[in-house]
Design a protein around this ligand. Sequence first.
Ligand code: BTN
Length: 243
Amino acid sequence: MPIIKLDAIDSTNAYLKKLIASKTSEDFTVVVAKKQFQGRGQRGEQWISEEGKNLTFSVLKENNDLPADNPFLLNIIVSLALFNCLNNLHVPDLKVKWPNDILSGTSKICGILIENIVMGNTIKASIIGIGLNANQTIFHNVPKASSLKLLLGKTFDLDELLSELLKSLKSVFKDFQESGSEKLWEAYLEILFLKDRPATFKDTNGNRFMGFIRGVSTEGKLIIALEDNVKKEFAFKEITQLY
Ligand code: BTN
């Protein structure tokens, strides 16, 4: 597994995109940077991370061995890999907030941005971008953010942490190859934040509504039981979960 270590880059996801275009990339190539000038987050937001304090990296996954009829599976594999690794470090009260934010209690410690490289109708490769707050202790204007250091009271060696995370990622991919996706779906739903509990959401018009999370569709839509127990599916662009 090639690991490219950079001091600074716009975005490790963008770096891998260019590498794929140059056709010199290899499955499971990893790019890690001490600093990103334009770290990308979900919903077009920026991912801000203090230089040298956290893990900001991307992994290239060529999609030839992932089933096309199970597009959310990659999100599940990545979420479980991070969850398992952080659980081994004894991070308390871990949960995955749909689709794949990692929370400790109600604090976000890790964000994931998966970007697909599409050719025609098929996903040629996926770029798995991961930002894990490790040793940063001050977060300006991000009230729900936390880090491993804040939660566990010690400083982490970023190289070791990266190596543990990659090991965990490989291991969940192996589980899938050996046993299929069913168990992974079950494990994901077990750790889903606020599953079967009253939860609040906001739609694209800013309207708030309550519901119970009942599951996730194979496409990756959140299944919510609304009033009168009517179930409805929502895509990531359509709602924000408030917490
Ligand atoms: C989120 O908004 O929760 C997703 C954040 C993903 C951030 C990571 S940091 C490494 C990789 N490169 C990027 O530009 N973004 C992802």
